[in-house]
Design a protein around this ligand. Structure first.
Ligand SMILES: *[C@@H]1O[C@H](CO)[C@@H](O)[C@H](O)[C@H]1NC(C)=O
Ligand SMILES: *[C@@H]1O[C@H](CO)[C@@H](O)[C@H](O)[C@H]1NC(C)=O
Ligand SMILES: *[C@@H]1O[C@H](CO)[C@@H](O)[C@H](O)[C@H]1NC(C)=O
Ligand SMILES: *[C@@H]1O[C@H](CO)[C@@H](O)[C@H](O)[C@H]1NC(C)=O
Ligand SMILES: *[C@@H]1O[C@H](CO)[C@@H](O)[C@H](O)[C@H]1NC(C)=O
Ligand SMILES: *[C@@H]1O[C@H](CO)[C@@H](O)[C@H](O)[C@H]1NC(C)=O
Length: 432
């Protein structure tokens, strides 16, 4: 299959929002989510004054942007630093560790992820072996081997003490951007994830509407959502395309791939499974009522598989169906689409790449792309349509198809009762 069709969906996998432009802006570091995020870093770094200021931190060369270092012992004791790197201009990087009373410098191996799609910047794994007889808590980086450790920004190393998983399923969205305001669909989607068995939803937040911020605040307080500030366009010219249009932009699709990989590593030990899909997608099981029972059965049948791929199917929001719903009148007060009205899906096109989304064992993944992993320790498996599909509710891809050419699929309605009840409970608290 040719490479370009394989990634057909990239540019628009956030549905309608992909056409909305976002402006460059500065927002206060004092929002509820970034504050607690920074406070955590400040506590561990109280003795230093060179702190990372954001989820994305530029190095002095302005060609390397550090997301976070993660301790990784799966092959050997190494520090894997996720960073967005210029593909030709960053040739050397050095890790600086503080060990006992001395600074230990280690030359990094820069492993750029294969899926850069022509953009000048892409995600890299910057890998430094851990110095022997030292378990550093922080690492600093520079392109020169002769810097003074104290002058460099020092990043806390994550995942040193894994502990045991606190979640069965964590959902990772890539960047939410462009005044995202599909509030009702977002609430329904999060409530569906909770019904299916998710404990946590990670939102890499670039931009959204005011009301959407309130919803994120609500779910943050509830403990369901964790917002990661993602101000990537402060540093790089972001593209709305997944593939480089040769227009002077620097990184594809708001750094989607960087956010997804960071999400895997952030949740590597805290979550049994990580679900990689967008905010307009739900992996909908047919034979099981929950992700837990579905994954238990899939794992039992496929013990060597760590990456489970589910077929993506478009339920176009241009074809509306009225259901027999009671008790949904409060939904009219919330802007956005109502998932329960979309029960027709587009047929697959034989000559196109039909995308898949993933549920992964994060400990089996080294590098991920959007529709498949790139490097992994376990096998992958395509899960057949009888088991589940990705219910992808958005604008049409095949807009010329009439209702009768679409496939009627009202499986989402088998969740009507708990979904309506839970959305109503949420709205009762949220709207009052
Ligand atoms: C990097 O960017 C900062 C802020 O724009 C600027 O002050 C600095 O001179 C730049 N450094 C290099 C090496 O280009
Ligand atoms: C570190 O330095 C302190 C005092 O400067 C000294 O007492 C200690 O033995 C040193 N530790 C190591 C591991 O070199
Ligand atoms: C989104 O962008 C608008 C326009 O620049 C800005 O006013 C708003 O504060 C931003 N919201 C968030 C959550 O970043
Ligand atoms: C963001 O979206 C909301 C809801 O659709 C709208 O009221 C608001 O004007 C939009 N803001 C911007 C900056 O476009
Ligand atoms: C609508 O739903 C109610 C209760 O859920 C049921 O009693 C009724 O038969 C349904 N009507 C139709 C036309 O399906
Ligand atoms: C509608 O909601 C009320 C209270 O919220 C509840 O008592 C009633 O059973 C619900 N009706 C249906 C058909 O779910």
């Amino acid at each position: 299959m040719p490479h370009f069709t394989r990634f057909y969906f990239y540019g628009c996998s956030l549905g309608l929002t992909c056409f909305i432009l976002s402006f460059s802006f500065h927002w206060s570091q004092n929002f509820f989510w970034s504050k607690s995020h920074l406070m955590k870093q400040e506590q561990t770094l109280a003795s230093r004054d060179q702190l990372p200021r954001d989820t994305i931190t530029p190095l002095k060369d302005n060609k390397t942007y550090i997301i976070a270092p993660y301790y990784d012992h799966r092959e050997r004791n190494m520090i894997r630093i996720l960073g967005i790197v210029h593909h030709t201009e960053v040739k050397e990087l050095y890790c600086y560790f503080s060990c006992a009373n001395t600074t230990v410098r280690v030359k990094a191996d820069i492993d750029m992820h294969q899926d850069r799609f022509g953009f000048p910047y892409g995600l890299s794994d910057i890998i430094c072996n851990e110095p022997t007889d030292c378990s550093p808590t922080h690492v600093a980086l520079d392109s020169s081997p002769t810097e003074n450790f104290a002058d460099l920004i020092s990043f806390p190393i994550q995942n040193r003490n894994p502990g045991s998983p606190t979640a069965s399923f964590t959902v990772c969205f890539s960047a939410m951007f462009g005044n995202y305001s599909n509030v009702l669909q977002f609430i329904q989607t999060v409530e569906m994830y909770k019904i299916l068995g998710a404990q946590k939803v990670m939102v890499y937040l670039n931009n959204c509407s005011r009301q959407m911020e309130e919803v994120l605040q609500y779910y943050t307080e509830e403990g369901t959502v964790e917002v990661i500030p993602w101000h990537i366009q402060r540093y790089l010219k972001v593209s709305h395309n997944w593939r480089y249009p040769d227009d002077g932009t620097e990184i594809g699709y708001y750094g989607q791939i960087s956010a997804l990989n960071d999400c895997i590593y952030r949740n590597m030990y805290s979550s049994k499974f990580v679900v990689l899909n967008d905010q307009d997608e739900i992996i909908l099981p047919f034979k099981h009522r929950t992700w837990d029972s579905m994954m238990e059965s899939l794992q039992r049948e496929n013990p060597n598989v760590g990456i489970f791929l589910f077929e993506n199917h478009i339920f176009p929001q241009t074809v509306v169906s009225d259901g027999n719903f009671t008790n949904t009148s409060s939904w009219n007060r919330v802007p956005g689409s109502n998932l329960l009205q979309y029960i027709h899906r587009e047929p697959d096109r034989p000559d196109y790449f039909n995308a898949r989304k993933m549920i992964v064992d994060p400990r089996a993944v080294i590098q991920t792309s959007v529709h498949s992993t790139l490097k992994q320790y376990k096998n992958f498996k395509n899960i057949p349509l009888e088991i589940a599909l990705v219910y992808h509710c958005r604008g049409p891809l095949q807009g010329d198809l009439s209702r009768s050419s679409l496939i009627k699929d009202d499986n989402i309605w088998s969740f009507n009762e708990p979904l309506i009840r839970n959305v109503n409970n949420m709205l009762n608290r949220f709207l009052t």
